[in-house]
Design a protein around this ligand. Sequence first.
Ligand code: SAM
Length: 436
Amino acid sequence: MNNAEYVLPTMANWDDMVVVGRIARPHGLRGHVVVNPETDFVEERFRPGAHVWIRPADGERRLTIADARVQGGRPVIAFEGLDHVEDVEGMSGLELRIPEDALQPLEPGRYYEHQLVGCTVETMDGAPVGPVVRVEGGAGGSRLAVEGARGEILIPLAADICVDIDVVARRIRINPPEGLLELNEKLVMKFDIVTIFPRMVEAGLAEGVVGRGIERGVLDVEVHDLRDYTTDRHRSVDDVPYGGGPGMVMKPEPLARAVEDIKARRGAPGAVVLVSPQGRPFTQAEAVRLSRLSHIVLLCGRYEGVDERVRTAVATDELSIGDYVLSGGELAALVVVDAVSRLVPGVVGDARSVEEDSFARGLLDHPHYTRPPEFAGQKVPGVLLSGHHEEVRRWRKMTALRRTLDRRPELLTSAALDEEERAMLEEIRKEQEREP
Ligand code: SAM
């Protein structure tokens, strides 16, 4: 099949120019800078004699490349007339651009990302789907991220699906396989949380990743005040325990009524989860299972707990977030919503962060570092500053394995290790055997 492809990596519009790289930092004393390239054609783009445009605070200008070499996978270049480190100080972070018509021509059926982003996607019969907001993936497996009316839709950039790509008219006609658009619609995840403290739950939903998911319409969360489902004058949700003893027990009827009302108004949920310290442990695997459903109801207990018949007659699942007792189910419900939401496509901006999270493949995550390069007398491992992508990748895999082996060795028995990881693990084990 002749798949349509686009050329990695990303380019963006800046008037009529496209980004081909970004200055990372000065290098040496003679005006060289290290560049983070954003083009497939590094050697061609950053050869001596080539022109690039920059826009420092004092205005846009064209620079001619005087000297160029590739070091650690990144171009190290110098510009004509900028011969000293002082001339290029302050240029870190600046974009390097070229006019669109100076781009390398691509073979038919291949596109630069900036040509696709902003195009309107419609079906063959003219029904609008939405604008392309991003292109994901690599050559051969690229997908258009399209902002549909009910959330983001991922459309494979394949010739038999994107049948007519007109980058001049800024229009893409698609012939989606049956269910593709509906499948994506299902990815709008519904949560209903039933609680006697709605404000506490709402506060936990307002910020961060979940808050953004709600704002973008990928998550649809409703919080219900259990007292709205009571019938007595005092709006009571609890009663004394049969058989005596301390505390109060949550009555079954208001919870059952709340679930019935949710079903009637929002459709039948895939799961009705009672959060309880006695439930099945809530793990990443459980979060993955729940993320495949499109609608989850969470029931929050309080007091001594919930009448047993809620568990047997109303809930479909009982989940515990850990071996400790909270005063109520609100925090537990928020934990479940957060962990599940992260797995819903479009909630976390960059899907790679979720793929690399601890437990995603049964391993703990590798250590993370940011600036400054030295803190509390401790330096960032040199490999992370090297710019050598392959070595960074291997270091991350190694440290993730080492961490898991040290801290949670039991995870390794069920982790989905690839061949490289199995070999690395063997290497680490041998290393440890040699250590006294
Ligand atoms: N008497 C109950 C027991 O020992 O199992 C504990 C009740 S607790 C004080 C009140 C409510 O908090 C529970 O009904 C449940 O909804 C919630 N809760 C407490 N700890 C939890 C945990 N570890 N995981 C999930 N929910 C929890």
